[in-house]
Design a binder for this molecule. Structure first.
Ligand code: FAD
Length: 527
């Protein structure tokens, strides 16, 4: 059966995929060969041109790798069959594709089988009420979008606890990395807010795992870059949903005051701080994409630059905060909590911005950005993004070298920087953090430029990212890449450091043929 299937694998990168009608449909279920070869029960297998184009693209827009076929699974068993068929072949690989929002082809498979996780169990939503033994939780598909999970939870007055800034990402896709936003200082990343997974390993076995059952697979899969298994279900911790959010932005001229205040806020006792703490760097100018106009929360709320002291430098900082509350809470009570927490902070007086918005509007705030960016042709342009975790011990130097040096003119998009607490991250997962200290910062350089020639060439932006990483290495900063991307195993080894031996051990146990997630280029497919 497998030999039959492999006859249809072209010999080299340039051979075209066997084509169907090449029409608009994302999934063409008329592939004459693959369905029978894989022995699937109801899932569609598409080796047509449209499917190939879909699976060979991602949000980064810089990598393009042709798959053999795109599979739309009807259930976990068909994913298991696909993985077993691939591992019984001599060189097939399998990539789970969440919503394809990777930057560097991580969800692609060269002449391999790409599984469109969005097809899997879209209606799965098993709610478990909370009780004396723990908070409420819900089991959802690994291919569910976080925005759909949120919407369904809100219908029951509940909400996940930890998010990403943008919710058009799948549960399996973010759990394979970490999943962070302004709630992470309190609840940890999304990987700290899941108690059970169903995972299909590289051997094609379907396993339930948790802290107590198959724990090595559970912790391996969390932050595991899809290397040990495909997450088909996840149990996510929930909490009662608030109705409203007081959304606040406070401007700083001095990085040390900005970090002092951000760190003070994230180390307050639980329940005695904001619900969300983030921050960003912006350029001290009227540049619409990089400067003052990026700060106000409402169009009728101008940025009064004359309030900036004359000592302000070329870049400024903004603390972004949110306080969840109930619709029936008295405005005076909300004001008093906000004033209590911000009263002693060192932001520039008069450069503070407040808005009251619905909880879901706040969480879905990047969806509006997506709509605008799509209309402006920026969403489809290349996105050479760079994400790092930088330890507290290196962040001041990082500011000097990178924000005030290399990036002093901005990047044509947000430059996020905010602190998190190491003790909210479980060290048993595969996620890699900087070596030292209880506090580290996420730095997210989210470039949103017009496609070349209206914007800078992507190669130039990639080169600037390289310059930043080079500077971090040269200056000996304690940092790790988040959403890492390397081309050879030596670099991966360095990235994982102390965790490399464990990572390799888990790979040998759960995916010994290295069938899964080839797009990361960590392991080569074995024969
Ligand atoms: P994909 O890109 O499809 O896949 C990513 C990796 O996970 C691939 O290796 C893939 O094989 C693997 N994978 C996918 N599904 C599964 C599964 N079910 N089981 C096992 N492996 C799987 N990240 C944050 O932490 N915080 C943010 O605020 C944030 N904001 C973002 C905003 C935008 C606009 C974008 C584009 C990305 C953002 N990210 C953020 C990054 C995002 O979390 C990752 O890129 C994530 O992997 C994307 O999810 P996806 O579903 O598109 O995964």
């Amino acid at each position: 059966m497998i030999a039959y299937l492999e006859r249809f694998i072209p010999d080299n990168d340039t051979d075209p995929i066997p084509q169907e009608d090449g029409g608009d449909r994302r999934h063409d279920s008329h592939s004459p060969v693959l369905p029978d070869s894989l022995g699937l029960h109801g899932s569609s297998v598409d080796s047509g041109k449209a499917a190939a184009v879909f699976a060979s693209r991602d949000f980064g827009g810089m990598a393009s790798v042709q798959p053999l076929a795109l599979i739309c699974p009807t259930g976990p068993e068909d994913i298991a069959r696909t993985v077993r068929a691939a591992s019984a072949s001599t060189h097939l690989t399998v990539a789970a594709r969440g919503n394809g929002h990777s930057i560097n082809g991580q969800a692609m498979a060269h002449m391999g089988l790409v599984i469109d996780m969005r097809c899997l169990d879209p209606d799965l939503f098993e709610l478990a009420p909370g009780g004396p033994h723990g908070p409420p939780s819900v089991v959802v598909s690994g291919g569910a979008l976080w925005e759909d999970v949120l919407t369904r939870c809100l219908e029951h007055g509940l909400s996940p606890r930890s998010f990403t800034d943008y919710l058009g990402l799948t549960v399996g896709g973010t759990l394979s990395n970490a999943g962070v936003s302004g709630q992470a200082f309190r609840y940890g990343p999304q990987t700290s807010n899941v108690t059970e997974l169903e995972v299909i390993t590289g051997k094609g076995t379907v396993s339930l795992c948790s802290e107590d059952e198959n724990s090595d697979l559970f912790f391996g899969a969390l932050g595991g870059l899809g290397q040990f298994g495909i997450i088909t279900k996840a149990r996510i911790l929930l909490q009662p949903a608030p109705d409203m959010v007081r959304w606040i932005r406070l401007v700083y001229t001095d990085f040390s005051e900005f970090t002092r205040d951000a760190e003070w806020l994230i180390t307050r006792p639980d329940g005695n701080s904001f619900s969300y703490v983030e921050g960003f760097v912006f350029v001290n100018s009227d540049d619409p994409a990089n400067g003052w106009p990026t700060v106000p929360l409402r169009p009728d709320h101008p940025f009064e630059q004359e309030r900036l002291p004359p000592t302000a430098g070329s870049v400024l900082y903004c603390l972004e905060l949110a306080l969840n509350y109930r619709r029936h809470d008295l405005p005076s009570a909300v004001n008093s909590v906000v004033e209590g927490l911000t009263g002693g902070l060192g932001f520039v007086e008069g450069l503070e911005f407040h808005a009251n918005v619905d909880y879901s509007e706040f969480l879905l705030r990047v969806k509006r950005v997506e709509q605008l960016a799509k209309a402006a042709g920026i969403w489809e342009a290349p996105h050479p993004w760079l994400n790092l975790f930088v330890s507290k011990s290196s962040i001041a130097d990082f500011d000097r070298t990178v924000f005030r040096g290399i990036l002093r003119e901005g990047i044509g998009g947000p430059m996020l920087v905010y602190p998190m607490l190491r003790n909210r991250w479980d060290s048993r997962t595969s996620v890699v953090l900087p070596d030292s200290g209880g506090i580290f910062y996420i730095v997210a350089l989210l470039r949103f430029s017009q496609p070349y020639p209206d914007g800078p060439p992507a190669e130039m932006q990639v080169a600037q990212n390289r310059e930043i990483v080079h500077a971090c290495n040269k200056k000996g900063f304690d940092y790790k890449l988040y959403l890492p991307h390397y081309k050879c195993q030596e670099d991966w080894k360095r990235h994982f450091g102390d965790k490399w031996a464990k990572f390799v051990d888990r790979k040998n146990r759960f995916d010994p043929m290295a069938v899964l997630a080839p797009g990361h280029k960590i392991f080569s497919r074995s024969l």
